[in-house]
Design a protein around this ligand. Sequence first.
Ligand code: ADP
Length: 280
Amino acid sequence: IHDRGFPIRGADGAITRLTGVAHDITDRKTAAQALVDADRRKDEFLAMLAHELRNPLAPIRNAVELMRLIEPSATGVQLKAREIISRQVDHLSRLVDELLDVSRITHGKISLVREPVALSTVVRAASEAVRPLMDQRNHVFNAVMPMHELWLSADPVRLAQVLGNLLNNAAKYTPMGGEITLTAEQQGNRLHLSVRDNGIGIAADTLPHVFDLFMQADPSLDRSQGGLGLGLSLAQTLAHMHDGRITAESGGAGKGSVFTLDLPLGAPGPRASTDPAAIA
Ligand code: ADP
């Protein structure tokens, strides 16, 4: 019951009693609660779906590795089939991991394990993960790194995930033979890490929305490499958790894109002798 009270005043203006109208809003509350319940069930379903989809992926990956060990010199159809399975398993793993992460973030279950991390380590991990896709699409990949090592206070796995996502998008949305350049620059006490591609670009009206959850600029595009529109939203959340942020620029459709990750630099770690030149 929802009440609304009106004061009844006496001749001297003092409130002598209250009168009111009562509305029965039981139905409204039940409908609102039903929506909340449906939302919760949808979240639970997505988390369960992601877990169930992930379980078969490890055995498939192991089976492909076994095939490679038994037949290391396979050629022709066998080799092609193996490559397709591995690539598609990687793609599926990424989608499933993104789904799981969105569900974890929704429930506040992601926390960072921060430590001193060398920039070169993060760049190496992220570029190795995306290299097969770039090779398959004949992309030219350049990494322009500073002369000396830079250090961050970061969760190495999560930071490699953020950079990997930007590189993976650059590879996905750049046609065969395109060019992708990663540039790392120190600006004062901050690091600017930008990923530039000469791919399909982003229209000006879409650009402000690319970090929205489920955002896909043009679902009618060839989505053979496409995703669920979760990656950039996750990457931005993880960048914020590292006291950083990602910005996007593009000259427009067909004019390529630049995504820049801005992060605070941290104190050097114990292995401060890492050689940044060992990346490319
Ligand atoms: P998706 O899984 O669809 O790639 P993301 O959240 O990673 O989702 O990206 C959201 C959308 O932003 C993409 O669907 C794509 O339309 C656009 N986008 C992201 N990166 C690029 C890029 N490098 N070039 C062109 N468009 C991009």
